[in-house]
Design a protein around this ligand. Structure first.
Ligand SMILES: [Zn+2]
Length: 673
């Protein structure tokens, strides 16, 4: 989709809740060791040799991946603690029979109740989905496809292209309508295009998965398999025409303004689609014009029966997890087990909580009310400003950047906005109808509500107060159009931020995250946006080419990493994150040192000096391991490098790392910011 947020961590992990009826002192659900736990070290390895192994070896040994997970790390453990806390809040809401209709508590409490009602879900079986499958059955001609694609937007299923509203990249105060590629059932076009043996196995299992859903919906096995073959052939055609993730990273590649008239003439007639959405517009921004042009032919060349099978499958796969256990199991077997390597399903309460992302703002509301100490806001603001001050000095001192560009870079840095904890004003969802009766109906209502909410932004100015992450979420983001960095309450806890730990450790952890998000404004993508959040070049040609040369060195460094035999990190796909990791940790270190100026020396803790502990703080956050399946998926789809390279990748480029750990520094290290 089009919303371009740069997060600190791959996929958004989950959700949490709290009850505003019983405000209490924040509880601490974290295990009570402060700072860095030395039991997690592997002292058989020297810090200079492999810093990730040195800092995480003990942790890796003592924390095998649970069967329900594909990736397990400090990030996930914090997310799990939040989930447990939210579970308690949700259970307390479920116990209240008459919550005020439309209130945050009612929306999240009743949605959770309906999801947990396994009897109702088993009794309903496939029946809630039948009206949608029957609606697909009524389609009889190609001319009905486009209007139906528009209808699907309100039915929670994706068509072969998306349309959505977000800030115009060249006019960040105005919302624009974007259109582009979509509609594959596997995570990326590469899953279709690769022909190595592991990929062929996944392709085969994908067809089996498709057939299994059709059988659950009542087809005999032969008919189900025949449909799966036809759908696979169609998706494969779409995949062949899609733009790669690497090309999509460059914002100019996906910014192609068209008038609707030109689009109708050169691509396909969008009128029947726009009229269903009741959108009156003369302009569009096309993210992948070549794909949409190819789709125009695929639309007419593919028999209508194949399209209908494809559309039925879009509904089955989008909604399997909202139906009975047999559907949930089929969904899990492919999307979790095959694609990510999870061995077992999570318990129902966690599955339901994970599926409640549409109400993240409301969950965040109940969560912070109970769990967020206001004092954290002040402390984090101070760190943000200290890191900004260090960034300013470092830009001034750069030897590869000329004065003219430096001045503009500092204007942009000064213009960064930041948000901490939770929104100042909460979204009003009181018009959304959620009841305890039907989980499926609730989820469909929520999906339709979100679509309407997004489309309603068209023609209105951009709301700069909006948050794009729930307050309980363990993550952070940079938005280039908003030129802002956002740190939800969920991440402001151990091991990212621990008010009881030493400053050095907090600088390495949450300070590193703050520095990371700042640096996104100056990575290979973010640096193309100006202080106002517009895609506008502010660089001299010489400075840009010097930046590109440095970025090329980072690409080469990471492309050499091989997390799985024969499978290397994609240095181009991960470039922005790798630049942000290097910049983030560098800024955090220097901001810590600056914060100690004129202060008495700090005594070592567990044998580590305070300056060493900045690096330990960063490394602790990335104590993590994953299944091979998860890594394979990650390398293809995730712009973040696997955790070991998020530790070793930046540290080997930081001279102060060598200095503090007494390592022999190499002749050359890479420095950008
Ligand atoms: Zn990032």
């Amino acid at each position: 989709m089009n919303t371009r947020l740069k997060v600190i961590f791959g996929s958004i992990v989950f959700a949490t809740v709290a009850c505003q009826t019983a405000p209490e002192k924040p509880e601490n659900t974290a295990p009570r060791y402060f700072g860095f736990n030395p039991e997690n070290l592997d002292s058989s390895v020297h810090a200079c040799e492999n810093f990730f192994q040195f800092t995480a070896g003990g942790w890796l040994q003592n924390n095998p991946i649970p069967d329900t997970e594909a990736r397990w790390g400090q990030f996930n453990m914090l997310a799990e603690r939040n989930k447990e806390a939210i579970r308690g809040l949700l259970d307390s809401l479920v116990a209240i029979p008459n919550l005020k209709t439309g209130s945050q508590a009612q929306l999240v409490g009743d949605l959770y109740y309906s999801g947990m009602d396994s009897t109702a879900r088993e009794t309903a079986g496939v029946s809630p989905l039948m009206p949608y499958l029957n609606r697909v059955g009524t389609i009889s001609a190609h001319s009905e496809l486009l209007p139906f694609f528009a209808e699907m937007k309100f039915m929670g299923a994706s068509a072969p292209f998306y349309v959505s509203v977000s800030p115009d990249r060249k006019n960040s105060n105005a919302n624009a309508l974007y259109i582009g590629q979509s509609g594959l059932g596997m995570p990326d076009r590469d899953y279709y295009l690769k022909s190595d043996s592991a990929s062929v196995v996944i392709q085969e299992k994908y067809r089996t998965y498709m057939a299994s859903l059709f059988e659950l919906a009542g087809d005999v096995p032969e008919a189900a398999s025949a449909k799966a073959e036809k759908i696979y052939a169609l998706e494969n055609r779409l995949a062949e025409e899609q733009m790669s993730r690497t090309l999509q990273r460059q914002p100019e590649n996906t910014y192609n303004p068209y008038t609707v008239a030109r689009f109708n003439k050169e691509v396909f007639d969008l009128t029947p689609y726009l009229s269903v959405l009741k959108l009156r517009t003369e302009d569009l921004i096309v993210t992948q014009p070549d794909y949409l042009k190819a789709l125009s032919s695929i639309l007419t060349e593919t028999p209508i029966e194949s399209w209908k099978d494809y559309l039925s499958f879009r509904f089955l796969s989008a909604h399997a997890s909202k139906l009975s256990l047999a559907f949930e199991q089929a969904d899990f077997d492919f999307n979790s087990k095959t694609l990510r390597g999870n061995k077992e399903m999570n318990p129902r309460w966690k599955r339901v909580q994970d599926a409640m992302g549409g109400l993240n703002e409301q969950i965040g509301y109940v969560y912070v009310d109970r769990y967020f100490p206001e004092s954290s806001k002040q402390k984090i603001s101070e760190m943000v400003e200290n890191i900004r001050a260090v960034y300013r000095e470092r830009i001034q001192d750069l030897d590869w950047m000329g004065e003219e560009t430096k001045e503009k870079a500092i204007v942009k840095l000064n213009a960064f906005n930041y948000k901490i904890g939770y929104p100042d004003t909460w979204k009003d969802y009181s018009n959304l109808t959620i009841s305890r009766a039907s989980y499926f109906d609730n989820m469909m209502a929520l999906g339709a509500y979100k679509t309407s909410e997004n489309l309603a932004k068209f023609g209105k100015p951009v709301d700069k107060s909006e948050w794009f992450m729930g307050a309980h979420i363990v993550n952070a983001y940079y938005s280039p159009s908003y030129n802002e960095i956002v740190f939800p309450a969920g991440i402001l806890q151990h091991p990212f931020f621990d008010p009881e730990a030493d400053d050095a450790l907090n600088y390495g952890a949450i300070g590193g995250v703050i520095g990371h998000e700042f640096t996104h404004g100056f990575d290979d993508q973010g640096s193309k946006y100006d202080a106002n959040g517009n895609l506008e070049n502010w660089w001299t040609t010489e400075d840009r080419s010097r930046f590109d040369a440095l970025a090329g060195e980072i690409v080469a460094q990471y492309s050499a990493y091989e997390p799985l035999p024969g499978m290397n990190v994609n240095g181009e796909l991960t470039l922005g994150e790798n630049i942000a990791d290097l910049g983030g940790l560098t800024l955090a270190y220097h901001a810590y040192v600056k914060s100690r100026e004129g202060q008495p020396e700090v005594a070592p803790i567990d044998g580590f000096t305070d300056r060493q502990r900045v690096f330990l703080g960063w490394a602790q956050v990335w104590q993590s391991q994953a299944t091979d399946e998860y890594l394979r998926n990650m390398v293809v789809t995730d712009p973040h490098s696997p955790p070991q390279y998020r530790v070793n990748g930046p540290t080997i480029n930081i001279p102060e790392f060598y200095e503090n750990f007494g390592c022999e520094a190499p002749k050359k290290t890479i420095a950008i910011w």
